[in-house]
Design a protein around this ligand. Structure first.
Ligand code: HEM
Length: 333
């Protein structure tokens, strides 16, 4: 076995030699440009780790058989929680760049045009892999406009690959617990839940009865989860205390955590950007703050899981699970 040497193992020569200041190249050294480069590099390194974890979770779901007994769901939850922890740190990290004042930034900002975080391939890949399709993007007309042709092609190629959102949809659709054979004597169990839900509506909420049908029965093109997947997800949320559903519930919850922490990341980026450049357009040529705000408001990926909270009702009203089902679902989804 060769002796591993710390600087070589970490390839520090490459990493620590990768800060070349544009302001130096222009003969106008700007002190804060070093911080600006390092903070971007630190973000990109963490994005790499996030993509690595998300990719491994997608692998678990790709083969069409998530082995819950074999701990695969547990691994997926664990890794998504790691992603959340990393993103929490990345939200906090905005404070470092905020030690640079707008005037310090102006010392070198114009030298960076047209480079921008808008060209962050890893960020775009992350959004695309999680489930943001091109047609659903805010500002889709210029979303890839600032990318080099090979990078643009790479983003476009992702449109033909399944996303985590789609893999989760397929996994939920495969869940066996709403199959009629477990519900002998109770053929329309889901209809019974619907009645319980409709009975729980208060004046002013009458329209929500139609929403139930749209989400769980008829489906609709604007929703990403099919009715079968939505029914399974609701079932998991309602029966989350049953040992067999705990892990599945934690998984759905981790997806919501991801959405929440991504939204916090975007919100903090926006407030930093506002402070740094006010209302000026970005170096990447977007409308700056307005683009970022539009992306923050519309780029939620798993919000349909959160929507399902509208259909929950009190535990004490829940029909008990049939014994047959309990026995059967030591399941491989
Ligand atoms: C002085 C600091 C910064 C300023 C003023 C700034 C400004 C902006 C602006 C105005 C945009 C919109 C696109 C454009 O027209 O350029 C943008 C996008 C973006 N920035 Fe920053 N940014 C800063 C730091 C960072 C850092 C440290 C990162 C970390 C990687 C980052 C990541 C991104 C990403 C990923 C986008 C695309 C967001 C999306 O499409 O939703 N930015 N930035």
């Amino acid at each position: 076995m060769s002796n591993v040497y710390y600087p070589d193992y970490l390839q520090l020569e490459k990493i620590l030699g990768a800060q070349e200041l544009e302001s130096d190249k222009n003969g106008q050294h700007a002190h804060d440009e070093m911080l600006f480069i390092i903070i971007h590099q630190a973000y990109e390194l963490w994005f790499k780790q996030v993509l690595y974890e998300v990719g491994s979770v997608m692998e678990i779901f790709k083969d069409g058989l998530v082995d819950d007994n074999g701990g695969e769901l547990n691994i997926a939850v664990h890794r998504l929680q790691r992603v959340k922890t990393i993103l929490d740190v990345l939200v906090k990290q905005w404070e470092i760049i905020e030690t640079m004042t707008p005037l310090d930034f102006l010392d070198f900002r114009d030298m960076l045009r047209p480079a921008s975080g808008f060209q962050s391939m890893q960020f775009k890949i992350l959004e695309a892999r999680l489930g943001l399709r091109m047609e659903a993007r805010f500002g889709k007309q210029y979303y890839t406009s600032q990318l080099r042709p090979d990078h643009k092609a790479q983003i476009e190629a992702l449109e033909t690959e399944p996303t985590l959102l789609e893999l989760v949809n397929a996994w939920l659709e495969r869940m066996p617990f709403l199959k009629p054979e477990y519900w002998t004597g109770e053929p329309d169990f889901f209809g019974r839940l619907e009645k319980l839900y409709v009975a729980s509506l208060v004046p002013g909420e009458e329209g929500n009865a139609a929403l139930w049908r749209k989400i769980f029965v008829d489906g609709s093109p604007e929703r990403h989860f099919s009715p079968a997947a939505a029914r399974s997800a609701l079932f998991i949320m309602l029966y989350r205390d049953e040992p067999i559903f705990q892990q599945a519930f934690r998984f759905l919850d981790s997806l919501l955590d991801l959405d929440t922490v991504m939204a916090s990341w975007r919100a903090r980026h926006i407030s930093m950007v506002h402070r740094m450049i006010g209302l000026r357009v970005g170096t990447g040529g977007s409308t700056g703050k307005n683009y970022l705000k539009g992306a923050m408001d519309s780029h939620h990926i798993f919000s349909e899981i959160a929507d399902l909270s509208s259909f929950l009702f009190e535990r004490r009203k829940l029909p008990p699970l049939p014994e047959r089902l309990k026995k059967a679902v030591g399941f491989a989804g």
